[in-house]
Design a protein around this ligand. Structure first.
Ligand SMILES: Nc1ncnc2c1ncn2[C@@H]1O[C@H](COP(=O)(O)OP(=O)(O)OP(=O)(O)O)[C@@H](O)[C@H]1O
Ligand SMILES: [Mg+2]
Length: 243
């Protein structure tokens, strides 16, 4: 069987209400899969559950056939699933280099140093900022730190909740190219993105969620040819697709 992160019939409740109804999704390695859908569709709930941050009521999340559900976020990360959380959260009061080292604590000291160095090579923009407190970074630089932290975990799968949120177009372009390069190196990426054009240009496969259900799955090309499918999913939830 090819390497695969597989979500099957996942049901999740939040605040006493079911927010994911029987969600299934396959995430292959080596390519970008986009996850689209209007506000409140359940995208963040899905990736939070996949990363161990939210419990599931039923269903399964399996990594090459091994059940992931029921593990702590820390264990899930060690199994090879890293998440980039919404809103580029960094440890504000400590320096960029210490933010990166904190992500490396799961490795031996030597491995951590090597991974931190490799992550800085991916984002050379961070080099002159390594001693700066993370709170003084721009939004784009913070997002670079957060993606770098995820890479330091040496993930097989990377779940990104809103790559471009609040960032300038030039930075979004830069991050998009980096994500594509990371996928080419064999990582399976799930990309939640408000800018559907960006997501469809980067992705091979696309899933669209609508009010806790999977409304569409198919090739990105199919949605590029038939944008009305996407508009339908967003309009059903009361909001037009951005970008
Ligand atoms: N902390 C919470 N407690 C209870 N319900 C929540 C919580 N966070 C989100 N929800 C509900 O879960 C459902 C799915 O929300 P979720 O945040 O997963 O959607 P989303 O697709 O990520 O939306 P957005 O595009 O706004 O980020 C919504 O109905 C939302 O109101
Ligand atoms: Mg969300």
């Amino acid at each position: 069987m090819a390497d695969m992160l597989r979500v099957k019939d996942l049901v999740v409740q939040r605040g006493g209400r079911e927010v994911l109804h029987n969600i299934s999704l396959d995430l292959p390695t080596g390519e970008i899969t986009a996850l689209l859908g209007a506000n409140g569709a359940g995208k963040s709930s899905l990736v939070m559950t996949m990363s161990g941050a939210l419990p599931a009521a039923s269903g399964s999340v399996s990594l090459n056939g091994v059940e992931v559900l029921g593990n702590t976020p820390d264990t899930v990360r060690r199994l090879g699933i890293a998440i980039v959380l919404e809103g580029h959260p960094v440890l504000n009061n400590i320096s960029v280099i210490d933010n990166l080292r904190a992500a490396g604590l799961m490795h031996s000291r030597r491995e951590a140093d090597r991974e931190v160095e490799a992550a800085i090579e991916v984002f050379p923009e961070l080099k002159p900022r390594l001693q700066t407190a993370a709170q003084n970074l721009s939004g784009g630089q913070k997002q670079m730190v957060v993606v770098a932290q995820a890479l330091i975990c040496r993930p097989k799968y990377l779940l990104i909740d809103e790559l471009s949120f609040g960032l300038a177009p030039a930075i979004v372009q830069r991050l998009g190219e980096t994500i594509a390069a990371i996928a080419k190196h064999g990582v399976g990426i799930l990309l939640i993105e408000q800018f559907t054009t960006l997501a469809l240009n980067l992705a091979n496969r696309v899933y669209v969620m609508e009010r806790g259900d999977m409304a569409f799955s198919g090739d990105a090309e199919e949605l590029r040819q038939h944008p009305e499918i996407l508009h339908g999913a967003y309009l059903a939830s009361g909001k037009a697709a951005a970008g």
